[in-house]
Design a protein around this ligand. Structure first.
Ligand code: SF4
Ligand code: SF4
Length: 198
């Protein structure tokens, strides 16, 4: 394992706001129990134990490694770890580090339609560009419902807006204050640069 000089990757993870104060990262004994129960480890090259090993080895290359995106945050690893470590939380923090860089922004740019729906509607609405796939997944009843939705809302006495104007304004101010809009712009900038290169 690498030296813990306070500025290494493990300590940066531990000092992140997402890390619980009792996170057992430095107590990891590499027993591999996390890997044995991890669905991502079973079905891909991902290895939960190895994620922790690389963090403890101060292997910065993990931030740019595609493998970190295979975890899907089920938290099963946390439930079995004998020392109270959570690969899941460590992975979330590493991904956030990646998102601070272009490499992570590129990974999340396809979700910007959801981000737009929060900004425009005040809540997460399924973007229209996904409707085609959802029709395939859920069938014609789902599509019919989407097509009839505005009529149904009208019958129920609801207007076109999903949120009351004052609620929407509160969401809007919150998204501004927490830097959400700024971050969406940054991700889109990277996406635009990608489009120019292609
Ligand atoms: S279960 Fe916990 S102690 Fe064991 S390898 Fe995974 S993170 Fe480390
Ligand atoms: S949270 Fe991630 S690392 Fe933990 S068990 Fe689930 S998929 Fe594996």
């Amino acid at each position: 394992m690498g030296e813990n000089n306070g500025d290494d990757l493990a300590h940066r993870v531990l000092s992140d706001i997402k890390a619980p104060s009792d996170l057992g990262l430095l107590r990891c004994v590499q027993c591999g129990l996390c890997t044995s129960v991890c669905p991502a480890s079973r079905h891909s090259d991902y290895d939960a134990r190895n994620i922790i090993k690389r963090v403890l080895d101060n292997d910065e290359s993990i931030i740019e490694d595609e493998i970190i995106w295979n975890c899907f945050y089920c938290y099963t690893c946390y439930s079995v770890c004998p020392v109270g470590n959570s690969v899941c939380i460590v992975n979330q923090i590493i991904r956030q580090m990646a998102i601070e860089e272009d490499v992570g922004k590129r990974k999340i740019e396809s979700f910007m339609s959801f981000a737009d729906s929060y900004i425009e509607e005040g809540l997460g609405v399924i973007p229209k560009e996904y409707h085609g796939q959802l029709h395939i997944d859920y069938g014609k009843h789902w599509t019919n419902l989407q097509e009839q939705l505005q009529d149904v809302r009208k019958d129920l006495g609801l207007d076109d807006m999903y949120l009351l104007p004052e609620a929407k304004e509160t969401v809007d101010k919150t998204l501004e204050a927490i830097g959400f809009k700024k971050r969406v712009k940054e991700v889109k900038k990277v996406r635009d640069r990608m489009d120019e290169v292609e």
